[in-house]
Each structure stands twice: as structure tokens, then as C-alpha cells.
Design a binder for this molecule. Sequence first.
Ligand code: GLU
Length: 418
Amino acid sequence: MVARQSAWESAQIQLAEAVKHLGLDDGTHQLLATPRREMTVSIPLRRDDGHVEVLRGYRVQHNLSRGPAKGGIRYHPSTDIDEVRALAMWMTWKCALIGIPYGGAKGGVTIDPRLYSRNELERVTRRYASEIGPIVGPEKDIPAPDVGTDDQTMAWFMDTYSVNKGYTVTGVVTGKPVSVGGSQGRGGATSRGVMYSAFAALREARVDPREVSVAVQGFGKVGGLAAQYLHDAGCKVVAVSDVKGGAYNSMGLNPAAMLRAIRGAGMESVAGYPGTDPITNEELIELDVDILVPAALEGVIHDGNADAVKARFIVEGANGPTTPDADAILEARGAVVVPDILANSGGVAVSYFEWVQDLQAYWWTEDEVNDRLRAIMDKAYDEVSTLAREQGVSLRTAAQMIGVGRVAEAHRTRGLYP
Ligand code: GLU
């Protein structure tokens, strides 16, 4: 069997497709295919028992042509430089697609955060923040949460950067707690955006949201609230899962109650939730539902299972969940894939609002944030679906064409130095 396409290969294939449709020259293609700046750091960590262990961290700034770099920080055991490169490239297209003035970046530490104490994670974060300190800042590169990190991680990052500077710099990261310069609405923003883009796809296909069934892979920061919002809006969420397994009920689940059980009552996983049948992550992907929301990691829909995916709509809460091989299979069967750089862009959209509020020290209400988020997402969806129709391409290719095209145009307009 041929090896599955990695995140970096997938990102390159998607870029090449957009470049072909846009008719860009080889030099521009090369420029867009190559990260602008990469930093690898070692992070010596004193464990709670006193011994020292050295972790590896990365920050990749893929492109800076439209503004400072922007993108999350991931703590995951399989994170490596190639994955971070791919995620950074996707951030560049995402920011350009939704029209916010950023380039793209991503950071990561190769660590399984579940195996470390809170104090150890604080030390990892502070050392990582210090190490990449020289290349980040509100005008340079603004990190945010991603898989394995959260608002507390951002608070530690902001504090470390600020202490090193000698004054408080709230705008160095987004996704912070509201008490230290975070924005109203940031916590649920990615999930809200997943719902808006799912509903835009349903509207286009003239499907009533109250008649659809949904499966969500990944009941974490993005998938958990996406399941809840979709349920609250009238969809029937029949399955959700996390790393440990999944829960299924054909009559529908109550995601809010499941979130409470996990966050409040200390349940470790949705697997085994009362009143549900067990389901594996693999089975969930192949469930006979109307909407599938992959909201965990890359490459979960691939050439080995795309044939078995039955959902008519795949709304990508995660970055890179569908490989290009799988995309081709899904497209041939007429499935609608709402691509990651559109479907999950609500997070970085509200990150942008947070940064703007930090720079101005002027705070918006949650309604203001949510209304502006909806406006950004609906506009981006319309632009993507219009181009897809005009050009006879998939939503993914159309979204990539808009993102890549805007970055190429910025390069053309600015010119090459020297
Ligand atoms: N990690 C999120 C993403 O992949 C958010 C990034 C940000 O807010 O900068 O889009």
C-alpha cells in the first residue's frame, strides 16, 4: 500500500493545484511553497521529581507579506517540523481568505501534555516563550492556542513575554483569558464558525438544519462546542468521540450535558457516557450521517477510508483532516467538503478582533464580536462558493485560489527586495 499523504505533502499538493488554476509562475510558486523563517529550539524542563529532560519546540513563519505572522501553538507527541510547516502554510491562506491583515505561522512542542503536571506545563510554556521571544511580538508574530494548549497557556506566554520586556504586552498572543486582555467570544469562536459555515453549505443545498444528523470527531475545544451549537440550532448530533473512543445514540445526544460531565464532573472521555453505545473514531468517520465534522487532527479521511465516508457534508473543524487523495474520492461522489481554511477560520477571525482590541485597549461586547464574526464568515463562504461555481472547482480549490491569489498579489505589489 502507498504511504498516506502527510500534512506537509497535502499542503504542497493543494498549493500546486491553486497555483495551476491561478496560472502563477514557477518563481512565485517556489516562494509560496517555502517557509519564510523557521526556528527550532530546545526546551530544558525540570520535572517535578527534579530530573531534567529536554524537549523540542518549533515556530515556523510561513509568510509575512500581508502583515505579522499569525497562528497557534500545538503541544502534541507527534508534532514535528514538517507538521508545523504545513499548519503554518494553511494559516497564511486562511488569513488571506477571510481578509485579515496577517501572514501565517504555527508553533509546536513535541510533548504529550496529558503526561505532565500543570506546573511542568507552565515551565515548558515559559521557556518556549522565552526561546522564540526574539521572533514574536504584536507587530511580528502573534501566537494563539491550538491542539493541546488553551487560554491558560496563552496567559503564561503573555506573562513571560511581558516580564522579559518590562511592561505588559497583551497583544503578543490571542486566545487569552478575558481577565488579561482576551476577547469576549474567543473561546467558542472556532466552533461558532464551524456552525456558520455548515449552515451556509446547507442553505446553498436547500437543506433544513433541523433535518440533519451530525457526527463530530474530536470532542475538544473545537468539536465539543461545535456539537453543542449545532445541537442547540436544531441538528441531531448522533455521535461524538475523543482520543479514548466515542459515544453514539441514533436518537441524538445532548452535547452540553456531555461537556458538563467532562469539564465539571471529571469524566475523562465521552466513551461510556450513560445512555450511549460505544463507537470507535474510525467507525464514526464512516457513519451514515448528513454532516461529518472532523475536529481533531490531520489526515483522518484518507485514501483508505474516503470510499466508506457516507456524509454528504464534511465540515472541517480541524486543520488538514482530509488528504488530497481522499478529496478526489469525495468530490467524485458529490460530497461537499467545506475546507478547513474556511470552516475553522472563526478562531483566527476572533483572534484578530482580540488583537485589535488589545492594541486599542478598547473592549467590544460579545454580541459585537459574534456579529462581526458571522459577517466575516458569511462573506468568505459566498466568495468561495461563487468562485467554485464559476470555475467548476471544489470549495477547497476555490478557497485555496482566493487565499493563495491574495498572497501572490501582495508579493507582486510589494516587489522583490533587493
Ligand atoms: N489554532 C487556530 C487555527 O488553527 C487559531 C489560530 C489563531 O487564532 O491565531 O486556526
